[in-house]
Design a protein around this ligand. Structure first.
Ligand SMILES: [Zn+2]
Length: 450
């Protein structure tokens, strides 16, 4: 009896072992295949490790070292004067702080992922320039491959004439993409504040929008922290925390270090029929004013800014597309104005109510700025039918705030308080318990940020 039992166990053990060995072998095979694939990808990818500027205001040369020769496309933009170079799949591994210092005709330059598989360099120039020469040298004599751009000064008229010429020949792919996404129709009539007839079976959708990304680094901290990295880390945490509790669905406008134009962030929320849009940022202000300025604040959309500081911040955040070298088509009005007005009024109310809830919850987890609820004309908050707020987690220009922003523990604490605000908002909204502010109340609430 005992022997039989033993035999049974051994037989099954053997079978079990076979399974393990087989799956291990399979894993190894798959891992090797995977490794091959990543190596293939890596082989296609040129790496930029260094860049330098030479010359003076009569002729300035920009050089970037690349591990492999890559095709490129170059164009210029006016107001502000910029030279933009697009290349497929370049990985930038330049030293920290590269591009912040200019020379000659070059004020500064930046680089990064512009869209998946598409890398970009944007060179800010001090005045109108001509591209005298541009070429990629193949690697030779132990030297890496090099992208070389020679710039010479010109006048505005010539610059604009050249710009027109190149624009014609330029691929309009990006432009078309932006335009197409802009023409999203208002998905439905504005939602009723009172009794909703159609019962929603799906969980509400929150779009988390980590600011900046790729070529647009956002604010840079006193200790060198990039806003784009810190807000992405925070957003991922927020997504995880929301997902863990399962009361809402979550989508992110970007989940890696890639640039996303502002209009695309708005249309992302609208095409997915988001119920809430939360843009995550971390501010920074000039050194001379930075002393002692810290803490979190929350912003909503308004045509007129609640105060000068909010106006300046909106202007700075709205520059994202300029920084990335995106040329936007003139705004098209594709939704009847009256529909926008109706939807926007209600949306605005909800945005302000939610902003208050966020600040209420964050008081328990973070240092909150005085007058924390403010408003201004933020381009990223302009979806007429999605309540939207922009959260500035703190100031990267403050050493104390930067330290907190870099702390996983702090970020978790703040993310959890945001989760509470979001869940509370939807719970109350479902029960129609959210205050619907009258316009004058809205004014009063917004004015509290003054
Ligand atoms: Zn920002």
């Amino acid at each position: 009896m005992l022997r039989e039992m033993l035999r049974f166990v051994i037989r099954n053990l053997a079978r079990f072992a076979y399974t393990i060995i087989f799956s291990l072998a399979l894993t190894v095979v798959l891992a090797i295949a995977d490794d091959d694939r990543s190596r293939a990808v890596a082989a296609n990818q040129s790496v930029a490790k260094a860049a330098r500027i030479g010359g003076d205001i009569h002729r300035t040369r920009f050089v970037m070292d690349l591990s492999d020769k890559v095709p490129f496309r170059l164009f210029t933009l006016a107001d502000h004067y910029r030279v933009v170079v697009d290349m497929p799949n370049v990985r930038f591994k330049l030293p920290k702080g590269a591009g912040r210092k200019g020379r000659g005709l070059i004020k500064a330059y930046r680089f990064g992922l512009f869209a998946p598989g598409k890398s970009r360099i944007v060179i800010d120039v001090t005045r109108p320039v001509l591209i005298d020469k541009v070429f990629v040298l193949p690697a030779q004599n132990g030297q890496p491959s090099r992208l070389v751009i020679d710039l010479t000064p010109t006048n505005r008229q010539t610059f604009l004439a050249k710009l027109k010429e190149t624009r014609k020949s330029r691929s309009n792919m990006l432009q078309n993409k932006v335009t197409a996404k802009k023409t999203v129709q208002l998905k439905s009539a504005p939602r009723q504040s009172g009794k909703s007839v159609v019962k929603k079976t799906k969980l509400p959708l929150v779009v988390i929008d980590p600011g900046h990304g790729g070529i647009d680094a956002g604010a840079i901290g006193v200790g060198g922290t990039n806003e784009k990295d810190i807000v992405l880390r925070f957003s991922k945490l927020l997504k995880k925390e929301l997902g863990r509790r399962g009361h809402v669905r979550v989508k992110m406008s970007r989940s890696k270090d890639v640039f996303v134009p502002l209009p695309e962030r708005v249309s992302f929320a609208r095409t997915h029929a988001a119920d809430l849009f939360v843009s995550i940022h971390a501010d920074s202000i000039a050194k001379r004013r930075a002393k002692g300025v810290r803490g979190a604040s929350v912003y909503t959309l308004s045509e007129e800014a609640s105060d000068l500081e909010a106006a300046a911040l909106a202007e700075k955040e709205n520059r994202s597309d300029i920084i990335a070298g995106v040329e936007l088509p003139p705004p098209t009005s594709d939704v009847p104005q009256i529909l926008i007005d109706l939807a926007q009024r209600e949306t605005k109310n909800y945005s302000v109510v939610f902003a208050n809830m966020v600040v209420g919850e964050m008081r328990g987890s973070a240092l909150i700025k005085r007058d924390p609820i403010r408003s201004a004309n933020f381009r990223v908050l302009t979806a007429p039918d999605v309540p939207s707020v922009l959260v500035e987690l703190g100031y990267l220009s403050s050493r104390a705030d930067e330290k907190l922003l870099k702390s996983h523990k702090w970020r978790t604490k703040v993310a959890v308080s945001l989760v509470k605000a979001i869940e509370d908002y939807f719970a109350k909204r479902k029960l129609n318990r959210l205050p619907m502010l009258l316009d004058e109340n809205l004014g009063k609430l917004t004015a509290s940020g003054r």
